[in-house]
Ligand binder design. Structure first.
Ligand code: PLP
Length: 400
């Protein structure tokens, strides 16, 4: 066979879909074979809670009242001024931040926020350090920007950042550290104490090296917390923090592709970095985030999703799984459970689970082998119906 003379790295990515997507597609096939109601698909982080009413009302009103050319036309490349201003004001109000529209670049979700920021910062061979477990696409984003991803194992059991270990992974080549809290896949919220320790370590290292290590705070789950868990605002702890935000999960809008990058004035050379983020958006074809969504966000920066269902799901699933003898860290945020695979072989455990029509995601690509991730942003009814299957799975491993 003659091989096309094209970009091999992109071909590899296109031909090897993520394990999350592969599991999701398997679920669709299985649903056609045995009926959707008999498949318990915990693969995808697709919010099951509807977007807040204020969001849908605002969208209806915009469609009814706003002239189509203004509504659907191109906006400024970094985003509509009123939207960027509203986002900045919201962050100032909530976190006593010092931001204006000049610090905000509207993007097509967190994926675009991260790729634009990484492309803005990275030079070939730079290293991006990330506490494991982490969102698997980080590797794709970092490598596409020309960087090497350097994972750091977590503190066993708590899944908090192991700061001394992370410190040992910093090098002359470290350009940035990515943190994600509340975390996908564990649901763990990094504590203020750990984040302060991280900030101290990065400050000391940057001072000694004479150039800053940037901190990228990937925050699609910022507002998704239970029992009032605190998610510290990272730029207040570490000045060289760039925020990569998305409304995908907080407003249940993942298909609408809307988020932002915030480059605070406390980041050294922030104006150049902001300009480089704009340049990366241009180079990657991300200029002008979806216009309708930008206009909606201008009126909905403080809208909040209803956490009651996620909370119910978490309590139901965590309670049932631990009762069956499975072990998992108690999540304080997001909508994931990270369960230890009996026998430590996550792929084998996922295959076994499929025998009971339970679709779980193995943790290997999250940089932390031996676990599975369950996304519980599904219907509570599906969780209830899945519980006998989890019991059977536990029995098959002799856990009960
Ligand atoms: N970062 C993390 C930790 C995520 O879990 C996700 C999506 O699940 C993303 C980034 C990408 O988010 P978006 O859909 O807004 O691009």
């Amino acid at each position: 066979m003659i091989m096309a003379n094209i970009n091999r790295a992109m071909l590899r990515l296109g031909q090897a879909p993520s394990v999350i997507r592969e599991t999701f597609e398997y679920g669709n096939t299985r649903a056609q074979q045995i009926g959707r109601e008999n498949v318990f698909d915990f693969s995808l982080g697709n919010p099951s809670v509807p977007a807040p009413e204020r969001v849908t009302d605002t969208l209806r009103k915009l469609l009814a009242d706003c002239p189509p050319v203004a509504l659907h036309g191109y906006t400024s490349a970094p985003g509509d001024l009123p939207t960027r201003r509203a986002v900045a004001e919201d962050l100032c109000r909530r976190f006593s931040a010092n931001l204006t529209e000049a610090n905000i670049y509207m993007t097509c979700g967190a994926a675009a926020s991260l790729t634009c920021t990484l492309h803005a910062l990275v030079q070939p061979g730079d290293e991006i350090v990330v506490p494991a477990p982490f969102f698997p696409e980080y590797r794709v984003f970092a490598e596409a920007a020309g960087a090497v991803l350097v994972p750091v194992p977590p503190v066993p059991g708590s899944f908090q950042i192991d700061v001394p270990a992370l410190r040992r992974h910093l090098s002359e080549k470290t350009k940035a550290v990515i943190v994600n809290s509340p975390n996908n896949p564990t649901g763990v919220v990094y504590t203020r104490e750990v984040l302060t320790e991280l900030s101290d370590a990065l400050s000391a290292f940057s001072a000694q090296r004479g150039s800053p290590v940037y901190l990228l705070s990937d925050e699609p789950y910022r507002e998704l917390v239970y029992d009032g868990a605190e998610v510290p605002y990272l730029p207040a702890l570490y000045p060289a923090t760039i925020v990569c935000y998305s409304y995908s999960k907080s407003l249940s809008l993942p298909g609408e592709r809307i988020g932002y990058v915030a480059v605070p004035t406390s980041v050294p050379d922030w104006q150049e970095i902001f300009a480089a983020v704009c340049g990366a958006g241009r180079a990657l074809g991300f200029v002008c985030a979806p216009s309708l969504m930008q206009k909606m966000i201008a009126a909905c920066t403080d809208a909040a999703c209803d956490m009651a269902t996620y909370r119910l799901n978490r309590d139901l699933l965590y309670g049932a799984l631990t009762d069956c003898g499975f072990s998992c860290v108690h999540p304080d945020g997001a909508f994931y459970l990270f369960v230890r695979a009996p026998g430590e072989d996550a792929a084998a455990f996922c295959q076994k689970a499929r025998q009971f029509e339970l679709l779980l995601v193995p943790s290997d690509s999250f940089g932390c082998p031996g676990y599975v991730r369950l996304a519980y942003c599904v219907s509570t009814d599906m969780i209830r119906r899945s519980l006998p299957a989890f019991r059977q799975l536990a029995e098959s491993y002799g856990l009960i």
